[in-house]
Design a protein around this ligand. Structure first.
Ligand SMILES: [Fe+2]
Length: 375
């Protein structure tokens, strides 16, 4: 979360003079924009929730803030991110709709803004937490009229009460947060649907080639682990795993008599087989989501020395993800049994991989692969 430090804090939400107010509002909008940009670069949902609370507490200048989302399975509002609250409070706090301040906000869909909790008769039973500022703001997170959670802030650092303007600002932050959370949720659902599609494609490929059953998923697992060791970020790792899972998808269109031939292939048959990266890329390039998979599907048979196919790319011209899959693909093929040959021992497979380091394979990838396979 180092990136968060880049966002300049707005010290006060509301100033005394109109000129100051205008200047601070401009800063406020700039800050919100920066947070919005940051939110797009965050791959982990928990970090996104943290960012929302950080934004709310920074901009509202409070010591305490929490984001609560409604858990449909438990029918309760739960804290998914907070600032200034102990782990214990976060763990035990869950509210039914209508229960407590946040529960009321969730149920009614209306913000609750309190200038002095001790004088406000609505909250006498609920002032277990010490609100030294005495005031707080709690606003609903709405998506298309549906309420998905509540954003709370209290204990301003200045110890001054919140103003109506502050309530409006938190409402803007909550609207933005609700939209970001919903978009993330939709994106995840879409990704899950795509992953299901990929799994179905991989299974179809496995069923067509029973002799190499499980090859794609083993290559996918190896490639994921190797890519992680080589420094790929989490979101790219998932893409690499999924692409590796269907790296040979172009083989689906190859005739059975060639694809399933239980013997070595002739030169002309080999040429047909060698069309599979292009055929696979042709299918994949039709979908925006699968476009990320293209480097692996198109280039996993390129050689580091430029003597591979389909384009004869060389060295760093070959995407690193494809160089990774290339090693994992060859390794699994060597140590697996084929109808026309016995599997190589791991020791002999290591020798082969080393023999082709610098020609077929990227030596840096081979080095890391061998370190990984020794563990
Ligand atoms: Fe292949």
């Amino acid at each position: 979360m180092k990136k968060l430090n880049k966002v300049k804090k707005v010290k006060k939400v509301i100033s005394s003079t109109p000129a100051k107010q205008l200047g601070e509002l401009v800063k406020l909008v700039e800050n919100m924009h920066e947070y919005n940009v940051l939110s797009h670069n965050i791959s982990k949902t928990a970090q996104l929730y943290d960012l929302i609370v950080t934004e709310a507490t920074d901009i509202m200048d409070t010591r305490i803030g929490s984001l609560m989302l409604f858990n449909r399975a438990r029918c309760k509002l739960e804290i998914v991110a907070s600032r200034g609250l102990s782990r214990e409070v976060v763990k035990i706090t869950s509210l039914k709709p209508g229960e407590g301040i946040a529960g009321k906000v969730f149920e009614s869909g209306r913000s609750i803004f309190c200038e002095d909790i001790e004088k406000d008769t609505r909250f006498k039973k609920e002032s277990r937490i010490k609100y030294y500022s005495k005031s707080f703001v709690s606003v609903p997170l709405k998506v298309n009229g549906r309420i998905i959670g509540v954003l709370n802030v209290n204990n301003r650092k200045s110890r001054k009460p919140f103003t109506v303007e502050a309530l409006n600002i938190l409402n803007v932050i909550a609207d933005e947060a609700a939209m970001i959370i919903e978009n993330r949720h939709l994106l995840r659902s879409l990704e899950n649907a795509y992953v299901d599609t990929i799994a179905t494609l991989a299974k179809a490929l496995d069923e067509r080639m029973p002799a190499t059953k499980g090859h794609s998923s083993r290559v996918a697992d190896l490639s994921y682990r190797l890519a992680r060791r080589l420094g790929f970020r989490e979101d790219r790792l998932h893409s690499i795993r999924n692409a590796a899972l269907i790296h040979d998808i172009g083989k689906i269109s190859i005739p059975d008599e060639i694809l399933l031939k239980p013997a070595a292939l002739s030169a002309s048959e080999r040429k047909i087989i060698q069309k599979h990266p292009e055929k696979g890329s042709g299918v994949i390039s039709k979908s925006d989501y699968f476009k990320d998979f293209l480097p692996i599907i198109a280039f996993h048979h390129e050689w580091y020395n430029g003597k591979g196919y389909p384009l004869g790319l060389k060295g760093s011209q070959i995407p690193l993800s494809a160089r990774i899959v290339s090693v994992c693909d060859a390794w699994d093929a060597m140590i697996s049994k084929r109808p026309y040959r016995e599997p190589l021992s791991k020791r002999d497979a290591v020798k082969e991989i080393l023999r082709f380091a610098g020609s077929q394979f990227d030596p840096r990838v081979v080095k890391e692969f061998l370190k990984m396979s020794r563990r």
